[in-house]
Ligand binder design. Structure first.
Ligand code: PSV
Ligand code: MN
Length: 388
């Protein structure tokens, strides 16, 4: 797409979902640093997310994590979000933090543990019903640490059984988004280690089951854009958990470690119709801001996705296809690099101004005084954090 009006129109309708846990304290296994003004409950997390949407205009959805965001009345939480101009996005299940899950959740050899895990997943569908959420995002920490610890195929059978029960509970418009991860916390085998395993389960389940690509969940050097293109072509790309990594699952701000990779991924999305509403791809962030201020970091991340998207949108696809058809290796590569090397920041500033937004979202946020106000007001209580 190289028609400027069409590029601008596409940027205006882009939507990026932010994670409730991105607003709480987080850290590593060595230390969680606290920050002043951090939310103390899901309501305050939504209020922070609404600041990101106000500054950027493209982040109206917030993913929840259950039980971290457990409340008594989810209908009330959804209404509160509505009043802030945002809504509830994906519901992330959590079957990785209870002691019973030491040897796995839905793949545990003990049927009582499996029952408990599936009941939690079903509870998450109840939360979707109450909040109007479309997507149940499933990530399983299940796996083994040592060769011989358990039988790989038997575990796949247990996984399949659990997914089948949850799939049957979904409403017409609801979906399972199945996320894979190469390693961690299990170090020898994960039960859903890669897109192929996730894809195989989704195929068996049906069209309401889709794969989620978390950009931090691959072996170093993996060609993620190839996976994205393939899943899109097969109609099975449910969404992204965007973040950046240098070494493992670092969960840094998306586009900070390798902006070129983010561009290559979004180029495949653009080229293969992934931005069409009908494709149903959820563009979510899954990051933790350990040392940087949370709200500006989320804003920065949203802007990084916008910049990579804008570059992907200015690729001259006609010229690219012509070069590909002609076998012009250098010419085709030059078309892509021209787009990547375009400074799209003035274009995005224009798009924002046309929408009545400040061209500089971070400055706009800072000018609200929200950080100072929440630091003064949010005293007492327990700050939300990764795991709460
Ligand atoms: C697992 O590493 C993961 O990417 C899953 O999406 C979890 O729900 C999330 O991180 C927790 O932060
Ligand atoms: Mn994730």
């Amino acid at each position: 797409m190289s028609d400027l009006a069409a590029v601008k129109a596409a940027l205006k309708v882009q939507r990026i979902e932010t994670p409730s846990w991105g607003y709480g304290n987080s850290g590593t296994r060595f230390k969680v640093f606290t920050q002043p003004g951090v939310p103390r409950d899901p309501y305050e997390k939504l209020a922070d997310a609404a600041q990101v949407h106000a500054a950027t205009g493209v982040a109206p959805q917030v993913s929840l994590h259950i039980p971290w965001d457990r409340v008594d009345d989810y209908g009330r939480l959804a209404q509160y979000a509505d009043g802030l101009g945002v809504r509830i996005g994906a519901i992330n299940a959590n079957v990785f933090q209870d002691d019973e899950y030491k040897l796995g959740s839905v793949t545990n050899a003990d049927s009582a543990v499996r029952r408990k895990a599936v009941d939690h997943l079903l509870e998450c569908v109840d939360v979707m019903d109450a909040t109007g959420s479309r997507d149940l995002k499933l990530w399983f920490s299940d796996g083994t640490n040592y060769p011989g610890q358990d039988d790989v195929v038997t575990r796949q059978g247990r996984l399949s059984e659990a997914l089948t029960e949850v799939y049957a509970r979904l409403g017409e418009e609801q979906r399972i988004l199945l996320e894979y991860k190469l390693f961690e916390p299990a170090f020898y085998t994960m039960d859903v280690p890669d897109w192929g395993t996730a894809y195989a389960h989704c195929l068996k389940l049906g069209h309401k089951a889709q794969v989620v690509v978390d950009t931090g969940h691959h072996a170093p050097g993996t060609n993620i854009e190839f996976i994205v293109a393939l899943l899109l072509a097969e109609g099975r790309l449910g969404g992204f958990d965007f973040n950046s990594r240098f070494y493992a699952d670092d969960d840094l701000m998306v586009g900070s470690a390798d902006p070129f990779q983010l561009f290559r991924i979004l180029h495949e999305v653009v080229k293969n119709g992934g931005f069409d509403e009908a494709a149903g791809v959820a563009f979510m962030l899954d990051q933790c801001h350990n040392i940087e201020a949370k709200i500006p970091a989320v804003i920065r991340s949203v802007m990084n996705v916008q910049e990579a998207t804008a570059k992907a949108l200015v690729v001259d696809l006609d010229a690219l296809r012509a070069a590909q058809q002609a076998g012009d290796v250098l010419g085709a590569n030059a078309v892509l690099m021209d787009a990547y090397n375009t400074d799209v920041r003035p274009l995005l500033a224009e798009v924002r101004a046309e929408q009545g937004l400040d061209p500089d979202p971070v400055a706009a946020y800072r000018a609200t005084g929200w950080a100072e106000r929440t630091a003064a007001e949010r005293v007492g209580g327990t700050q939300a954090g990764w795991g709460a």
